[in-house]
Design a protein around this ligand. Sequence first.
Ligand code: ASP
Length: 580
Amino acid sequence: MSWRDLMCGEPRPDHVGRTLTLAGWAARRRDHGGLVFVDLRDRSGITQLVVNPERAPEAAKLAGEIRNEFVLQARGEVVARSPETVNDRMPTGEVELAVDELTVVSRSTPLPFQLDEENVDETLRLRYRWLDLRREKLQRNLRLRAQMVGIIRRQMEAAGFLDIQTPILYKSTPEGARDFVVPSRLHKGRFFALPQSPQILKQLTMIAGFDRYYQIAVCFRDEDLRADRVQEITQLDMETSFPDKDELFRLMEEMFAAIWRECLGIEIPTPWPRMTYAESDRRYGTDKPDTRFALELEDVTEVTRGSEFAVFANAETVRALRVPRTFSRAELATLEELAKERGAKGLAYLTRDERGELRSPIAKFLSERELETLSPGPNETLLFAADDWALTSRVLGQLRLQLGRELGLIDDSAFTFLWVTDFPMFEWDADEERWSAVHHPFTRPTDDWRDRFHDEPREALANAYDIIVNGNELGGGSFRIHEPDLQARVFDLLALTETQQRAQFGFLLDALAMGAPPHGGIALGIDRMTMVLAGEPNLRDVIAFPKNQAGLDPMSGAPTAITPVQLDELGLSVVAEETE
Ligand code: ASP
């Protein structure tokens, strides 16, 4: 016996008159005084079953018991619907199945939520994820994800990349997060670290002569959770020897173009614009600019030197956003709140209403020269940030995004891709009082900085690049250090003692010393790419079985305690436990 002759989304007028078997879930049941209608659903769609007691008395008896999400098998005749009952919104809407035989294959307990219910609590959805995943949106997101991964694999294989798997139980790789660790039973007191990325290992595949590596790799980062972060991320990870930046960029652009074309039917123009980090920061106040709209930051430091307005005069940097509208006092207060959340002390503004009147508490302190240069046009507002450069970027970059959204400046259907390049190599870690690598410590300085990054670590630039679309960072990579002495010099600057260098990265330094080719690569976030592709705001909705926002799995209860016997075998004892 076969379970079905067609999928539920397949019956068409061509099938009228044929007797067929379908199987699937009861999505909805309606009783119409004797006649029972059941929407039978599987992954392909829905067919309407009609159970008529006159035609099939046994089936009609059973139909009364059907509840949502029962699994059914129905055999019957495909019949044309009368013109007034044709449903144009369903691909199968011109026909229905007049049921002769009905089997309840599986029953369901009462559902914790209905599949068509909106705003179901996310923890409840995750607790019953198998039900949640039956929803159309999640089915679509996961199919899109699989389609995308298929295209990625095809493109990578076609370009000669070799899929090489790297271990999950391994050693810490520095990607800037905490490690998840796994205790070793065989070697008590020792721990594996789950990879934050296969960074060192992919470099070793280059040193091993594979020339082009890729992997769809799961990476683990024990970060504090934010709305758009998960601790277990999937990457397309790749590396190439004797790298050529134009070729690498083209390869990525072609891959994205293929994904967007095949998944969405959208042609994305290539090549993408390239912008240095410095330019991006200067114009947009961020290293991941949303370039779907203009509204760029203006540097007005020069104009405000020697200002009577002390806030301007005393600040290292004064920058402004020129916004094409006026705001009420309440709106300005909200914007100021936002600026303060980002660390600003206040939000100075100059605004001119339609009648040409200048309104601003600071205007009286500004000289004629300042007013002349800064003066807003009619119906325009200047919002200022005055502080050190980084803070003005943070504040105005955020205001820019907020206003872009609020003022409807963003075309939601657009995708603007770009490369951001030439990142700083290092940033000062004030807590640890030492330099840390902005990307990771294997990133190559630009040629220009190769021999002098020590002198001005703050200014030194890396041969690193990110892919940005609509203000989202979809991936990043770099050319790597392949010279052991250069690598040791970077480690020195990062204040790693020789003993630490040997203990943590001795194997990499040894490998670099045995004929390492120049190499470089990139990693793309598969989860985030799916999110952008699907237009899905929630990262967890493009992952089949995600943890919740607290990093827990409400379905299995993971992470869970382990038994005293397991602890003993591992040579561990728990000294602090979470108390709820
Ligand atoms: N390993 C890096 C990351 O995970 C990417 C790369 O440099 O290729 O961000």
